[in-house]
Design a binder for this molecule. Structure first.
Ligand SMILES: Nc1nc2c(c(=O)[nH]1)N[C@H]1C(S)=C(S)[C@@H](COP(=O)(O)O)O[C@H]1N2
Ligand SMILES: [Mo]
Length: 298
């Protein structure tokens, strides 16, 4: 089927998306309708990376290990309809639609630094809602101490899930106070567009003071628990990737330094920049870890 631009109105996109799947890769790369988010005092005033950089240099191992694999293959993921199963220690367990969890009218713009554990970084203008608002919809029971997240398991659409290495689905977790922190969001878009597939459509976690791997993409399951959940990278390499994974220039990865980082798009002459404790969000989050040995709890 061939599409003209006039076919790609918001309504026709919405109504016919299922029948457009052949063209899904193209649509995912250039979402056709604009969203807007309320500006937030929690945004950085640093210059965001370009849409091209943000959508062509990704980690999303469900689509391969190369940085360009997600841009190439993530168009195959069907993201509509989509629902998120919220369960465990909540008052109202059940299946929630993305539109219920992150209604367009509630979207905020959050321009955050993203620091990958591999020592590169970007600045990304997300659109999303506080995770706390989502958890409050489900009603957090007093016994809940942790939140576990799972990415969709769909090997027919996610080429990387057909190979071993990671015990799919990708899993992540937060302590409840980290999950309820105002900086922690579930994002459904970036640059005023619906979330591109390669960035974790239709809904992904963003925790800006932690290494990027905590910010799990394409979430289908959120479970409140009373014990620490298993997380994919800890399961894989517990001596290299811990549960907390707070950005920390003083605690090196066993195989490289975490003291500096390379800002994507800065150019070869720009040089590396210093990595900041908690990725520069220490004023807001350091209290969460007072009294903890962050070299032990990495
Ligand atoms: N499901 C899933 N989520 C994931 C990953 C992944 O491989 N699978 N990679 C993580 C890593 S290592 C990083 S750095 C960020 C990258 O997010 P971005 O591609 O939107 O910049 O996503 C994180 N979330
Ligand atoms: Mo990462």
């Amino acid at each position: 089927m061939k599409l003209g631009w006039s076919d790609v109105t918001p309504e026709s996109l919405w109504l016919n998306r299922r029948s457009f799947m052949a063209g899904a890769a193209a649509l995912a790369a250039t979402p056709a309708f604009a969203l807007s988010g309320k500006p937030s005092a929690l945004s950085t005033d640093q210059k965001p990376n370009s849409f091209e950089e943000i959508t062509n240099y990704n980690n999303f191992y469900e689509f391969g290990f190369g940085k360009e694999d997600p841009a190439r293959y993530a168009g195959a993921l069907t993201t509509d309809p989509w629902s998120v199963e919220i369960g465990g220690l909540v008052e109202r367990p059940g299946s929630y639609g993305v539109e219920d969890l992150a209604p367009e009218s509630a979207l905020e713009e959050r321009i955050y630094r993203l620091r990958c554990v591999e020592a590169w970084s970007m600045v990304i203008p997300w659109l999303g809602v506080p995770l706390a608002s989502v958890l409050n919809k489900a009603g957090v029971q007093p016994g809940a101490k942790f939140v576990a997240f799972e990415t969709v398991l769909r090997p027919d659409e996610m080429v990387g899930q057909r190979s071993r290495g990671i015990d799919w689905p990708y899993r992540e977790g937060l302590r409840i106070d980290e999950a309820m922190h105002p900086l922690t969001i579930l994002a459904t878009g970036l640059y005023d567009k619906p979330m591109p597939n390669q960035n974790g459509a239709p809904i992904r976690l963003v925790v800006p003071w932690k290494y990027g791997f905590k910010s799990i993409k394409s979430v289908v399951k959120i479970t409140l628990t009373d014990r620490p959940p298993q997380t994919s990278w800890e399961m894989l390499q517990p001596n290299e990737y811990g549960f907390y994974a707070n950005v920390n220039p003083e605690v090196d990865h066993p195989r490289w330094s975490q003291a500096t980082e390379r800002r994507i798009g800065a150019g070869l002459l720009a040089g590396r920049q210093e990595t900041l404790m908690f990725n520069g969000y220490g004023d807001q989050v350091a209290d969460l870890y007072s009294g903890m040995d962050l070299a032990k709890n990495y």
